[in-house]
Design a protein around this ligand. Structure first.
Ligand code: NDP
Length: 382
């Protein structure tokens, strides 16, 4: 049976890998909406190839280029934030939410409001909107499937079990490209995005290097699998073979293993509750030889400590942490902020801002905007 799909962030790393799986099973899928920010030429190419109903660029300035790329095709086109939300509202069997950053929040919420299945890669949206997003999922009867490999692993390990039977959850972390680098002050963007195991977009690659990725994932896990924070742990596992673990009350620990290839968790979401073939290389444990584990070094990489504190505080804190991190990462990538100042700037923003807990999407977006403005001000004095 053909299923319909929309991909928000189709031109990114997760978006492209999703389309790679669809390309291999073309007859099974009807592509409805594909979106990007400004990669208009690439988006037009994909929309033509997959015969999408509509292609949308978030940046309206890129709409003319999109229209040019779609000339003489049947694909509708649109531009702007509102158009992204309208495209995300088109009813589909599954939406892959793969925009990077809080920019993906409103379109993801628009998809959730349709009550269908949303495969969530866009962790910043859940970190920022937390309770507001989970309440919308419950209210609209939507199904949220985690694409993030760690949360997808936990989701798989929970099949057949119940959260009430779980003692702990352990998120694994590769430790990123800088785990063993001594002089973090001098780290360049090129070094920070050179992840040893995963091929990802620039922002999440920097988050991996600072360990903010794991911090965001800790908050994400707390919403998806609501256990007290002291029962959600992090262990560094440089080989990225075990993607996370669930320890049950009887002492059994279930882990999900797989190659470090995002097509595995994406396929698990696309086929859920069934399974589908992927072209991913099988694991060769004998060739790997050993799997190793160590505790995170929070003195050198304070991000997980900051994220845990923000999650414990709750309210607007996770949204502030996320927004300040997005601003700091963009500044680092443009060569303006030193690597070690990313965490320092987030810590400053968290300690100086005091905002009431957001109760609606609009309030979350307002906190995000305020925190960005504050972090940008802090940058000027960095
Ligand atoms: P990329 O940077 O590769 O792609 C981001 C996508 O979002 C692109 O399609 C981009 O369009 C679009 N986009 C960016 N900004 C906006 C905006 N303001 N409005 C609308 N669309 C926008 O990111 P990734 O694919 O690496 O990551 C996507 C999400 O998935 C992130 O939240 C990340 O944390 C999460 N994730 C990623 C993994 C990975 O392996 N890459 C693994 C697990 C989670 P354009 O091309 O025009 O810029």
């Amino acid at each position: 049976m053909t299923r319909s799909i929309s991909i928000l962030g189709a031109t990114g790393s997760v978006g492209e890998q999703t389309l790679d799986l669809i390309r291999r099973n073309r007859a099974d899928w009807n592509v409805v909406a594909l979106t990007a920010n400004c990669s208009a030429e690439q988006l037009a190419k994909l929309a033509r190839e997959f015969d999408a109903e509509i292609a949308v660029v978030g940046d309206e300035a890129c709409l003319a280029e999109l229209r040019e790329g779609l000339a003489a095709s049947n694909v509708e086109s649109a531009g702007g934030e509102q158009a992204l939300c309208e495209a995300a509202s088109r009813p589909v069997d599954i939406t892959v939410a793969a925009i990077v950053g809080c920019a993906g929040l409103a379109p993801t919420m628009a998809a959730i409001e349709q009550g269908g299945t949303v495969a969530l890669a866009n962790k910043e949206a859940l970190v920022s909107a937390g309770e507001v997003m989970m309440a919308a999922v419950a209210h609209h009867g939507a199904t949220l499937l985690p694409v993030d490999s760690e949360h997808n692993a936990i989701f798989q390990c929970l099949q057949g079990g119940r959260l009430s039977q779980v003692r702990t959850i352990t998120l694994t972390a590769s430790g990123g490209p800088l785990r063993t680098v001594r002089n973090l002050e001098a780290v360049t963007p090129a070094q920070a995005i050179a992840h040893p195991n995963w091929d990802m977009g620039a922002k999440i690659s920097v988050d991996s290097a600072t360990m903010f990725n794991k911090g965001l994932e800790l908050i994400e896990a707390h919403h998806l699998f609501p256990l007290p924070l002291d029962r959600i742990g992090i262990v560094v596992h440089p080989q990225s073979v075990i993607h996370s673990m669930v320890e049950y009350q009887d002492g059994s620990t279930l882990a999900q293993l797989g190659p470090p290839d995002m097509r595995v968790p994406i396929a698990s979401c696309l086929a859920w509750p069934e399974r589908m073939e992927t072209p991913c290389k099988p694991l060769d444990l004998a060739a790997l030889g050993q799997l190793t584990f160590e505790s995170p070094d929070e003195d050198r990489f304070p991000a997980t400590r900051l994220a845990r504190a923000a999650a414990e505080k709750g309210g607007a804190s996770p949204a502030i942490l996320n927004a300040a991190n997005e601003v700091a990462v963009a500044s680092f990538l443009s060569g303006q902020l030193a690597f070690t100042r990313i965490a320092a700037l987030v810590e400053q923003a968290l300690s100086r801002m005091s905002v009431a807990a957001p109760q609606t999407l609009e309030e979350v977006l307002a906190v995000d905007g305020e925190a960005r403005a504050h972090a940008s001000e802090l940058l000027e004095h960095a």
